[in-house]
Design a binder for this molecule. Structure first.
Ligand SMILES: NC(=O)c1ccc[n+]([C@@H]2O[C@H](COP(=O)([O-])OP(=O)(O)OC[C@H]3O[C@@H](n4cnc5c(N)ncnc54)[C@H](O)[C@@H]3O)[C@@H](O)[C@H]2O)c1
Length: 296
């Protein structure tokens, strides 16, 4: 495989394009928004500059990586000749179904179609194509150039051959792929989201405050940040929607989202992206400042 197309140039898409291009693949980066493409290319250049200044790569590596990436606003043009497409568009079931139907028509019959979805069933996405054996999940972690893990998710019909190809290719990118099966939340979110939800329940029930909960998990479990801070980073709306996927998918009340989480999202307190969640953001300081609602 030589030619990769990445659909969506947001937070994840720009990182995915970066790591493939740095490993010498030719990358077509596709987005419906020219602004998003411009932002992505400038983010990739900045991230490469940081790597040059830390002497992790040379200036020539940077230039080579950038010349490996071509931006497109037309999906059919961008996927022309692609051996692998990695879809990293907005997390929305109808949108992904439409993209995969279109990809199935636009791509060569041998092209592997991967999705970076955090929570949508790979089997469901594969079912709208005529090549369910060649549809697979490649769940990269944020920030993509730094995080080593790729959760490789086999849909119900994904072939052994395609799974092996993606596992090997992921290793070639300098990543560590882990193979899992396609059930709600896969492994990462199935385990992470209930932990975050339990932290929110503990706060809601008054067992401890925001800082105390995060401190226990940071210091006691050696987590790099507490679950409430992490929820602010991920986005409380994203956490809520993944919990709903788990709750609906398993029909088990243990996944029911905490009412406090529902209230916060409804009130527009979505974490870093909205300026406030469990903590208050955007002060230009690295210190954690509690959101007003959680000050004692
Ligand atoms: N952000 C994370 O931490 C994270 C981690 C792992 C996986 N994911 C998954 O990655 C995917 C992308 O998430 P993100 O955070 O990068 O989103 P984002 O909102 O930052 O970017 C999504 C991009 O998709 C583009 N887009 C929308 N419709 C499109 C279409 N039809 N064709 C081409 N581009 C289109 C948008 O213009 C936008 O630039 C989602 O499936 C998400 O669940 C996100």
């Amino acid at each position: 495989m030589k030619n990769i197309a990445v659909i969506g140039s947001g937070t994840m898409g720009n990182g995915i394009a970066h790591v493939f291009a740095q490993s010498n693949y030719k990358v077509s980066l596709i987005d419906i928004s020219q602004d998003a493409l411009d932002r992505a290319l400038s983010t990739i250049a900045k991230n490469l500059d940081r790597m040059v200044s830390k002497e992790k790569i040379t200036s020539a590596d940077k230039e080579n990586t950038l010349t490996n990436i071509t931006a497109f606003t037309s999906m059919s043009e961008g996927v022309n000749g692609a051996d692998l497409v990695v879809e990293a568009a907005t997390e929305n079931v109808e949108l992904k179904m439409k993209i995969f139907k279109d990809l199935d028509e636009a791509c060569d019959s041998n092209t592997i179609l991967a999705t970076n979805t955090s929570s949508i069933s790979i089997t469901q996405i594969a079912a709208v194509t005529n090549r369910p054996d060649k549809v697979i999940g490649m769940h990269f972690m944020n920030p993509v150039p730094i995080m080593k893990l790729i959760e490789v998710i086999r849909g119900y019909n994904t072939s052994d051959e395609v799974t092996n190809q993606i596992m090997e290719m992921s290793k070639g990118l300098g990543k560590i792929p882990v193979e899992v099966n396609d059930y709600p939340g896969f492994i990462a979110n199935r385990i992470l989201m209930p932990m975050i939800n339990e932290a929110i329940y503990s706060l809601y029930e008054g067992v401890a405050g925001v800082e105390e909960i995060d401190k226990v998990m940071k210091l006691g479990m050696a987590h790099p940040m507490g679950p409430l801070q992490l929820a602010d980073f991920i986005g409380l709306d994203v956490c809520l929607s993944i919990l709903r996927v788990l709750h609906d998918g398993f029909g088990n009340p243990k996944y029911a989202p905490c009412p406090l989480l529902v209230n916060m999202v409804t009130a527009g307190h979505k974490g870093i992206k909205s300026g406030s969640g469990f903590y208050s953001w955007g002060h230009g300081t690295k210190d954690l400042i509690l959101a007003d609602q959680f000050k004692k």
